[in-house]
Write a protein that binds this ligand. Sequence first.
Ligand code: CUA
Length: 285
Amino acid sequence: MLIGAALIWTVVVGFAVYVTCIKPGAHSETTASRLIIWGGVAFPVIVLAILLAYGLTLMPGLREAGEGLRIAVSGELWWWRMRYFPPDTENPIESANEIRLPVGQRVEITLTSPEVIHSFWIPNLAGKVDMIPGRTNVLVLEPTKTGVYRGQCAEFCGASHALMAFSVVVVERDEFDDWLEKQARPALRPRAPELKAGRDLFLATGCGACHTVRGTRAAGIIGPDLTHVGGRLTIGAGILPNEIDSFAHWIAETQQIKPGVHMPSFGMLPKGEIKAIAAYLESLK
Ligand code: CUA
């Protein structure tokens, strides 16, 4: 492209120099029309057609996922369900609201939604791709630098659309493999008595009807999987920092923090119980 552009630029500037300095007089009408037809119509049409054909042949290669990892992302109201499919296993590893990716590896992300249209967007890594009910769109990307990036829903999807974010953490390959292996395991069993109390309250209050914590009897699928929720950067889909206080705030005032979300506020629980559940969730690294 650069060589082609340089050549065309030289020719155009050459013409300008020719008609202003070398032969500034009037030119015949036939020469002028010929120049316009060949230089102004035929030449750009041919060059652009060749470039278009070349560009189209490159496109399938850009979408090829290779042998690597596949991640299925589903846009929920208003959070993200993530399922990792490593190449050598059939059982997906479920997570939510945070994507981890190995640097320098192509990843295929399949995108869908059960209810309304969302748009999956990680501005620093790839373009927007819509998540449309009844359809699976595919995004292939390859992060080239480690770091933390922000993702955001980019299609108005209801009251809390603007609060539907996620983080993308790009790490080295080894670190990613360790992380994925840990994600596949069931939740840590709490040792400390206050964390055990938190777990018992979590189960007794009915949180398990909507949330899964693998390794306990909480197996709900309506809300985000919380098996390793304490290891994520944020909670509430990119809204609050991952701290005990944030969990407590979220449990007590869910509807104020994210209006319209399926989870009701649990502010009627005693403060001490909320704190215990919050501490248990934060401990699930
Ligand atoms: Cu989901 Cu906007």
